[in-house]
Design a protein. Structure first.
Length: 470
């Protein structure tokens, strides 16, 4: 910035709000223009009227009524979100304080001075009492912002306020996704517990059958104890999943900010149609609408504005103090003709020698801007990676689900045949135990894949900046 620009800025500053901050240019996104491609990804073409997920209200995505109510509880009661909201109020107030410095503060004043002067100090040789009363309006230490220092500080405060607004939106999106995933996890663990209980019931029935055979001398002690191990394994899993269910409910209650009513809790995963399909296909520049990236950009703009304040510190500061009112030696004469009193006290401060303080301040502000640039670019890179990871799972999860379903069906048939062969005396009971355990594991893994698909939809919605506030 040259001297001609400074002169022009000085002339137009009061009218146009000109500052010495460098012009802002958004840094180029340090990621590819499109999402990754390859075997793990399914290529999708954007529709002409397709909206970004930032424009999709969360209620249109999470369509399960019970889940919607739990999310509403969390948005109203979650303490982390409450802190984020209160932080907005705080930064809004700080911005208003900084903005107020652009205009003079006018104070009403009233005062009285009553003074006794001893005789040896009095010009008349006699002790006397003097009185002075005044009423008026005053302006104290108002800075005439010729070089945009106060304007730059106001701009920085505004960007900080806008950054906290976006941070609060990001917190909302994360909270909605966490609540949905916790709710789905609870549903999955309830279904796992149901399978464990069904398995225990069937194993107990079979154990009683084998015990009767053993008592009758038809089968061996080995078969009896193998049946007992199957019963005990199911009991262990029931105890484990009962603990997990309690922990899931505790986690959901923490996110919701209060205990979630029983009628809003899920039953089984298989009965849930909680989510709409997430449309993907837009270019990666949709990441620039993510609240956390918008917050990083606002912080970058604030650091840019601080450079203007640091540059203005090299130039004179002009302060104004003034008052206007009435003054009189008698209280009754305050508003009489001739009692008008005023003063005007301009003051200019020119930096001459500060041992490099202003230069160091400018260097700090420039370094802060470069740090903000790096943080903004990193935020974009992290967002790109999160979307890429979600898309990689999205591209293969249906194949995994189909394969796991086929494996579970085949294992169920294998278990049925093993049991039939044992009943006919063809195979040992060990084959039944192995087949039954394989079926149990396959059923549990099927639940894991199904909940992983739902979690992937939630995560995709979150990393693409789903519309939390609508």
């Amino acid at each position: 910035m040259n001297l001609k620009h400074y002169g022009f800025c000085t002339l137009l500053l009061l009218a146009s709000g000109c500052t010495m901050a460098p012009g802002y240019t958004r840094p180029d996104a340090p990621v590819a223009a499109s999402w990754p491609s390859g075997e793990a990804y399914k290529t999708e073409t954007a529709k002409a009227d397709q909206k970004s997920l930032a424009e999709v209200p969360w209620r249109e995505f999470f369509v399960e009524p019970r889940l919607q109510k739990v999310i509403e509880l969390a948005l109203a009661n979650n303490r982390d979100l409450r802190v984020a909201t209160l932080t907005i109020e705080k930064t809004r107030a700080q911005y208003r304080i900084q903005r107020a410095d652009l205009l003079p503060t006018i104070n009403g004043t009233a005062g009285a001075t009553i003074q006794r002067t001893p005789a040896d100090l009095s010009s008349g040789g006699q002790a006397r009492i003097s009185e002075q009363y005044n009423v008026g309006l005053g302006v104290s230490n108002y800075e005439l912002d010729l070089f945009g220092r106060v304007q730059s500080l106001k701009d920085q405060a505004l960007e900080q306020y806008l950054a906290t607004e976006e941070a609060q939106k990001s917190a909302q999106i994360s909270l909605i996704a966490e609540v949905a995933n916790a709710w789905l996890t609870l549903a999955a663990d309830r279904e796992r517990l149901k399978i464990a209980r069904d398995t225990l019931a069937s194993q107990q029935d079979y154990y009683q059958l084998i015990k009767h055979r053993y008592d009758a001398g038809i089968t061996s002690a080995l078969d009896l104890y193998q049946a007992q191990t199957a019963v005990d394994a199911a009991r262990v899993d029931i105890a484990r999943y009962t603990t997990l269910l309690a922990q899931d409910q505790n986690a959901l209650g923490l996110l919701a900010g209060k205990a979630v009513p029983a009628e809003l809790l899920p039953t089984e995963l298989g009965t849930i149609t909680a989510l709409q399909e997430v449309p993907v296909g837009l270019q990666s520049d949709v990441l620039l609408k993510r609240p956390d990236i918008l917050a990083a950009e606002h912080r970058l703009k604030g650091a840019n504005a601080n450079i203007g304040a640091a540059r203005a510190a090299f130039f004179p500061r002009i302060g104004l103090s003034a008052s206007f009112g009435t003054a009189s030696a008698d209280l009754s004469g305050l508003f009489q003709p001739g009692s008008l009193a005023w003063n005007f006290m301009p003051q200019i401060s020119v930096p001459l020698f500060d041992t490099g303080r202003n230069i160091a301040g400018l260097d700090v502000s420039k370094a802060d801007r470069e740090i903000a640039v790096a943080q903004y670019e990193k935020a974009i890179q992290i967002a790109f990676r999160e979307v890429a990871d979600a898309l990689a799972q999205r591209g293969t999860i249906n194949d995994q689900l189909a394969a796991q379903q086929s494996l579970t069906d085949a294992t169920a048939e294998s278990h049925r045949l093993s049991q039939a062969r044992y009943d006919k005396g063809i195979d040992s009971y060990l084959n039944v135990i192995v087949a039954q355990r394989a079926l149990y594991v396959a059923q549990q893994n099927l639940i894991s894949v199904r909940v992983a698909k739902l979690n992937n939809q939630t995560t995709t919605y979150k990393v693409l900046g789903g519309g939390a506030t609508k």
